[in-house]
Write a protein that binds this ligand. Structure first.
Ligand code: ARG
Length: 595
C-alpha cells in the first residue's frame, strides 16, 4: 500500500528540473527551478528568465522549450502556459490532485513522509527560573519549543526535550540566608492552597521574599557577608542549606508543572535537567577544554576568546568559563549541556529555544563546542531565538505597578475575553459547557497568537484580539473545525453515500484550490523543520481554513448534488477536518467538535 505522498509542489519542481536538464547546459541544469504557488495558476516557475539572461537567449523562447518538455513528460500537469516576459504558469490535472488526496485520506499521518527519521533533535525550551514566577518572557520559548518538538516528532525525528531551569547560583545563598533568619516568613505551600493553576502560592511568596532579601543584601553589608558564606555552604553541600534549597526547587517545579498542564505543553518533570544537574561535570568540562588548549587565563579566571566576537570599542568579549574564585556560571553549565546532548543523546540537531538577547552566549557556546571537537559538521546547533512580547500598547509589558506580568494572569485575561465572545456566539451553552469551551478557546488563542508570529519578531499581547472569531486567530481555526465536524455529522444522519474521492470528476475552481491546499500540508511541516519557524504551519492552516470557507460558500455538499459529487465533497470536508485537527495538534492547540 502506498502511504507516503510527495507534495505536488515538489513533483512540479522535480519536473521543471528534469526539463532544465534537457534544455540547458549541464552547469545550469541543477539550479533552483524557482517554483512557487501563484495567483495566476497552481504554480509558477520563473527559472527561464534568469537562465535566458545568463545564456543570452530569448526568455520566452526558452520558457517555450521548457514547456514542451513538461507537457510531454509530466502527466500530472494539465497545462503549461508561457506568460509575460517568460513565466511558466503550471496547472495540475484534477485527476492527479484527487488521486493523491485519496491516498492522504486513508494513509497514516495524512501521507506525510517521515523526512526527519534520521535525526535526533535535542530541544531545550521553556527554562524558567526557580523561586521566580514564570513570566511572559518564558511563554514564547515554551510554546515555540513545544510546537517544534511536536512537528519534528511527527516527521519521524527522535526528540529529546530538555528543560534547563535556573535552579543554581549565588542568588540562592541570599534567599536561603534570609529564610533561615526569618523563620516566621511563610512561603511553603499549604494544603488549602490547592492553587488556581499557575498562581503558585509558594512561588509568589518566594518571589516576594527574594525581592526583600535582595533589598537587605544591597543595604546591609553584614547580611551580604552572611549570604556569601551561605553560597559557600550551598556549594559545599551543607545539609541544612541543601535541604532548604531542595524545598525551594520542589515548590517551583510544582508551579511550573501546573502552568505546563494548564497550557497543555508536553514537558514533564523527567525533562528537567536544570543548572544544578550539571554541577558534577563542570570540573571535567574545564579539564577537557584546558587539555585541548582552548581556555586562557585572564586575571585568574578561565575564559575563551574569539577573533570575531567583540563588544563596545571593538574589545574582544570572552566567554567566562570559570570565575577567579573558582565558581562556575551559566556558560560553563551550557558547555556541559551541549556536550551531553551530543555524547549521551547522540543529538544531530541541537535546538536552544531562548530569548534573542542571549544570542552572543550561544554564538560563543557553539564556537567553543566546535573547537572542542564535540560539535562536528554532521551536527547542527541552532539558537532558535525568540523576540519579546509587548503589552497591548506595543511597549514593554509591565503591570500597572511596573512589575513583570505573570503568565498566569495573562492566561486569566485571555480566558475572560474568550468567555465573553463564546457566550455571545452561542448563548445556548450551559455554564459547564461555556467554561470548557472558553478554556479551550483561550489556550488555543494564546498559542495561535504566539505561533503565527515569526519567532524573532516582537509582538503585542492583546487578549481581546486573540479571541476573535474573525481574522487570523486560533478561535477562527477551531471554529472552522467545528463547522466541518457538524457537516460530517449531518451527512451521517442524512441520505446518500459517505466520503470518497472520485478521481474521474471535474472539479470546480474552489474545489481544486482546496485540494491543492490540502496537498501542501507536508510541505508546510518541512518548512517548519528547516526554518524552525512554527508560523509556517500556523499560516498554512489559516490559508487552508480560508480555502475551505470559499469552497463551502460556492459548492453545496449535502443537498442538490449528484451522489459522486456529494461523496467527493464530503471527502474534501473530511480531509480538511483531519488536516486542520492534525495541524492544530502540532501547534499544541485542541480542535473541538463543537463550540
Ligand atoms: N533560565 C534561562 C533564562 O531564564 C534560560 C535557559 C535557556 N537554556 C539554556 N540551555 N541556556 O534566561
Amino acid at each position: 500500500m502506498v502511504d507516503q505522498v510527495r507534495p505536488l509542489a515538489d513533483e512540479v519542481a522535480a519536473a521543471v528540473s528534469a526539463a532544465m536538464e534537457q534544455a540547458l547546459p549541464a552547469e545550469l541544469a541543477s539550479a533552483d527551478p524557482l517554483v512557487r504557488p501563484s495567483d495566476h495558476a497552481d504554480f509558477q516557475a520563473n527559472v527561464a528568465l534568469s537562465m535566458a539572461k545568463r545564456l543570452g537567449r530569448n526568455p520566452r523562447e526558452l520558457a517555450g522549450t521548457l514547456r514542451d518538455h513538461l507537457v510531454e513528460h509530466a502527466p500530472f500537469i494539465g497545462s503549461v502556459e508561457v506568460s509575460g516576459p517568460g513565466f511558466l504558469n503550471i496547472d495540475l490535472t484534477d485527476a492527479a490532485l484527487l488521486d493523491r488526496l485519496a491516498v492522504r485520506l486513508t494513509a497514516p499521518r495524512l501521507g506525510v513522509p517521515a523526512s526527519q527519521a534520521d535525526e535526533t533533535a535535542v530541544v531545550d525550551y521553556s527554562a524558567p527560573n526557580v523561586a521566580k514566577e514564570m513570566h511572559v518572557g518564558h511563554l514564547r520559548s515554551t510554546l515555540i519549543g513545544d510546537a517544534l518538538v511536536r512537528v519534528l516528532g511527527f516527521l519521524g525525528a527522535r526528540v529529546v526535550r530538555q528543560n534547563h531551569i535556573g535552579d543554581w547560583g549565588t542568588q540562592f545563598g541570599m534567599l536561603i540566608q534570609y529564610i533561615l533568619e526569618h523563620p516566621e516568613a511563610s512561603w511553603r505551600s499549604k494544603d488549602e492552597d490547592v492553587m488556581r493553576a499557575g498562581t503558585g502560592g509558594a512561588v509568589s511568596a518566594l518571589d516576594e521574599l527574594y525581592r526583600t532579601a535582595r533589598a537587605v543584601f544591597d543595604a546591609d553589608p553584614a547580611f551580604k557577608e552572611r549570604s556569601q558564606r551561605r553560597v559557600v555552604a550551598l556549594q559545599g553541600g551543607d545539609a541544612e542549606t541543601i535541604a532548604i534549597w531542595k524545598e525551594i526547587v520542589a515548590e517551583s517545579e510544582t508551579a511550573f508543572q501546573q502552568i505546563y498542564e494548564r497550557l497543555g505543553v508536553l514537558l514533564t518533570p523527567e525533562d528537567t535537567a536544570g543548572e544544578s544537574f550539571y554541577n558534577p561535570w563542570l570540573n571535567d568540562v574545564v579539564d577537557e577544554l584546558t587539555e585541548k588548549g582552548i581556555l586562557e587565563d585572564s586575571e585568574g579566571a578561565k575564559v575563551v576568546f574569539f577573533d570575531d566576537i567583540k563588544g563596545p570599542e571593538d574589545r574582544p568579549v570572552p566567554m567566562l568559563v570559570r570565575k577567579s574564585d573558582g565558581g562556575f556560571g551559566y556558560a560553563a553549565t551550557d558547555l556541559a549541556t551541549i556536550r551531553r546532548s551530543i555524547r549521551d543523546y547522540g543529538g544531530t540537531r541541537l535546538i536552544y529555544v531562548v530569548d534573542a538577547r542571549q544570542s552572543q552566549h550561544f554564538a560563543m557556546l557553539f564556537r567553543t563546542a566546535r573547537r572542542a571537537g564535540w560539535l562536528t559538521d554532521s551536527i547542527e546547533a541552532v539558537h532558535a531565538a525568540n523576540g519579546t512580547i509587548n503589552g497591548p500598547d506595543g511597549r514593554p509589558f509591565k503591570t500597572r505597578a511596573g512589575g513583570t506580568v505573570r503568565l498566569a494572569d495573562l492566561l486569566d485575561d485571555a480566558l475572560a475575553a474568550a468567555r465573553q465572545v463564546v457566550a455571545e456566539k452561542d448563548p445556548g451553552l450551559d455554564q459547564d459547557e461555556l467554561a470548557e469551551v472558553a478554556r479551550i478557546a483561550s489556550i488555543g488563542a494564546v498559542k495561535y497568537a504566539e505561533l503565527s508570529t515569526s519567532r524573532t519578531r516582537d509582538y503585542s499581547f492583546d487578549a481581546a484580539r486573540m479571541v476573535s472569531f474573525n481574522g487570523q486567530t486560533g478561535v477562527y481555526l477551531q471554529y472552522t473545525h467545528t463547522r466541518i465536524a457538524s457537516i460530517l455529522r449531518r451527512a451521517e444522519d442524512g441520505e446518500g453515500p459517505g466520503a470518497a474521492f472520485h478521481p474521474e470528476l471535474a472539479l470546480e475552481p474552489a474545489e481544486h484550490a482546496l485540494g491543492l491546499a490540502l496537498d501542501g500540508f507536508g510541505r508546510a511541516l518541512t518548512e517548519v523543520a528547516t526554518t524552525l519557524e512554527p508560523h509556517q504551519l500556523a499560516g498554512y492552516l489559516y490559508g487552508l481554513a480560508k480555502a475551505f470557507t470559499t469552497f463551502y460558500e460556492s459548492c453545496p455538499v449535502l443537498k442538490g448534488v449528484a451522489p459522486e459529487v456529494r461523496a467527493n465533497r464530503l471527502a474534501l470536508c473530511e480531509l480538511t477536518r483531519a488536516t486542520l485537527a492534525q495541524g492544530l495538534d502540532l501547534l499544541g492547540i485542541a480542535a473541538p467538535d463543537r463550540m
